[in-house]
Design a protein around this ligand. Structure first.
Ligand SMILES: [Zn+2]
Length: 348
């Protein structure tokens, strides 16, 4: 037991930047433990030891937050895959795993709610259904001992606002961090400008607001530049680690060389390098981002690059590259210097 971790609000008050590693769905899909398409975190109850292991690995790499893997563990997604009977067990198991790792490592544990996939601008019937979905997940998070709630990946202000309202109503005073996923254009799905939406969420009591998922660093940074002076609470930035660009600001429209949509299985050629993640992290912090993470596509090496870019030395930094020991590029005096020998010169 590492003792009680410093709270989220205290960290913000002290001007600290909080790192939150995400991307569990994509990582477990890559490893073969959940299915792309439905993207339901079935691994939580099928192989909980793997989820606990990835929590530990992300903390090892520098995450300050253990995010309970309840993203898409909501009633609508479980209905879609015929597993509604497992809804509560999936949530409670995810929260128990996250709480355990946070306690062991002295980090914060966040409950996680997200876009419901039922927001419908043409039919107000979505709202009571979404409210019930948020309510049950928030109440499980409270009972599971969450330190705060991360409500994320909303395309409409109305849905983000409802999520925040539900955290306030059912969250027993837990702070809420709210992230919006911004597609192309200036307006959210319900016609609200992004900046207005975030200002309203901050005024309504969110502890931190900003952007998550969807955009990679190249197309999220310009939005953060615009937001930095408008938002009076800590700013959130958790991009996907893909090289989105002006023609495809959101990773769901990145294309293969033959013009086929690359999402979600063929995105690898679009991955950022670690240096690009480090550069983004430094720039985001300079802009005043105080809740910094990486979403779908993240893996431990990116989280370590982010932590080190902020000047930290997480446990995984023990194995940060030391190229002086490399057989070809190394400078260690005990190495054979291939470059001075005619037979092997310029062979790479
Ligand atoms: Zn994501």
């Amino acid at each position: 037991m590492a003792g009680k971790a410093k709270g989220l609000l205290e960290r913000f008050r002290d001007g600290e930047t909080v790192i939150c590693a995400e991307g569990y769905l994509f990582e477990f899909e890559r490893r073969g433990y959940l299915q792309a398409g439905g993207f339901v975190p079935e691994v939580v109850i099928e192989q909980p030891e793997l989820v606990e292991g990835l929590h530990r690995e992300f903390v090892h790499a520098g995450s300050d937050v253990v995010l309970a893997f309840t993203f898409y563990a909501h009633r609508e997604k479980l209905r879609l895959v015929g597993r509604e009977a497992d809804l509560e067990r999936m949530n409670r198991t995810a929260l128990r795993l996250a709480r355990k790792v946070a306690d062991d490592t002295g980090t914060l544990m966040a409950g996680n709610i997200c876009g419901t996939n039922i927001y419908d601008a043409t039919d107000p019937a979505w709202e009571p259904k979404a409210r019930a979905m948020f309510k049950e997940q928030i109440e499980w998070a409270v009972e599971g001992g969450a330190d705060f709630i991360y409500a994320e990946t909303f395309f409409a202000y109305a849905e983000a606002s409802l999520a925040l309202e539900c955290v306030k109503q059912y969250g027993k005073g837990l702070p809420a961090v709210v992230g919006i996923s911004k597609h192309r254009g200036d307006l959210l799905f319900d016609g609200v400008p992004l900046g207005d939406a975030l200002v309203r969420l901050a005024e309504a009591g969110a502890a931190a607001v900003g952007l998550n998922c969807g955009r990679g660093p190249p197309t999220m940074l310009p939005l953060l530049e615009d937001l930095k002076d408008k938002i009076k609470v800590p700013l959130v930035a958790a991009p996907v680690p893909y090289r989105t660009h002006p023609d495809s600001p959101h990773f769901m429209t990145l294309k293969d060389p033959d013009g086929k949509v690359a999402f979600p299985l063929d995105l690898d050629p679009w991955l950022c390098s670690r240096s690009q993640i480090a550069a983004f992290s430094r720039r985001a912090r300079a802009l005043g981002v105080r809740y910094l993470g990486l979403c779908c596509g993240n893996a431990s090496h990116f989280t370590r690059a982010m932590a080190e870019a902020l000047g930290r030395q997480p446990p995984a930094s023990r194995y940060t590259a030391d190229m002086t020991k490399h057989a070809y590029y190394g400078t260690d005096p005990t190495l054979i210097d291939f470059n001075t020998q005619e037979v092997c010169k310029n062979k790479f």
